[in-house]
Design a protein around this ligand. Structure first.
Ligand SMILES: [Fe+2]
Length: 236
């Protein structure tokens, strides 16, 4: 079935309700977003890709690669567009998206886990494809809506400098280990869709045990500070 036919069968979205959930509880969730047959095919493709990479992590990036694994990425992208239409900011390009399927496995898992960060995009949409059933489940940890949309890239950079250093990371990990009420733990269900303000929300994923695969498909929308001269200078 063509992806367009697949998506046109879906019920209309309550966009206001999704935004209200993101604002009040820090995230929105649509259960059973991915049809089970498509989810099964995606899981097979991902396991094949990880195996072909010697059991190590694989990142699939961009429209073509991500939609090849998960055709519903088109519908996820549409959901992010409908939500971002309601976002009022002069500091984001709400048309830009960044799509990635992250397949974490093997010895490289640790470097992708328990690293608290803010995204560079307004909205993050996440579909768990494979979550470990043995050992640590690789839950998503969020501190909802920790900061506002910043007016300048320089102010955003200051946030990043504060967060992206070993001392802060150690403090955050200790807070998380101590059960701090600042964090919400999301035990992710494959095939559901999760949405949160990625730029505003400090977040990370917990590690997974050796031999397990944790795979999530992500659509980020609305790159912040697209006109920043400082950003361009730093990324030249
Ligand atoms: Fe992120």
């Amino acid at each position: 079935m063509h992806p367009q036919d697949e998506t046109s069968r879906l019920p209309p979205l309550d966009v206001d309700g999704l935004i209200a959930d993101i604002e009040t509880q820090g995230y929105a969730r649509i259960s059973g977003f991915i049809p089970l047959d498509e989810l099964g095919r995606a899981q097979g493709a991902v396991r094949g890709a990880v195996q072909a990479n010697g059991g190590e992590s694989v990142m699939l990036i961009g429209d073509e690669q991500t939609s090849a694994v998960l055709p519903m990425m088109e519908r996820v992208t549409e959901v992010t567009r409908l939500i971002c239409e309601r976002v009022e900011t002069r500091h984001a390009d709400l048309e830009t998206t960044y799509k990635i399927v992250r397949c974490l496995s093997g010895g490289s898992v640790a470097q992708h886990s328990m690293v608290f960060h803010f995204d560079s995009f307004v909205l993050t949409a996440l579909v768990p494809v494979i979550m470990p059933v043995r050992g640590s489940p690789g839950d998503l940890i969020i501190a909802p809506n920790t900061r506002p949309l910043r007016n300048s890239y320089a102010r955003n950079l200051l946030d990043k400098l504060i967060v992206d250093n070993p001392l802060t990371q150690r403090i955050l990990r200790r807070m998380h280990a101590g059960g701090s009420a600042r964090f919400t733990r999301l035990h992710l269900a494959p095939g559901d869709l999760y949405l949160f303000w990625g730029y505003r929300t400090l977040h990370t994923n917990e590690p997974v045990d050796g031999g397990e695969v944790r795979c999530t498909a992500l659509v980020h929308r609305g790159r912040m500070h697209p006109d920043s001269a400082l950003w361009r200078a730093l990324h030249r």
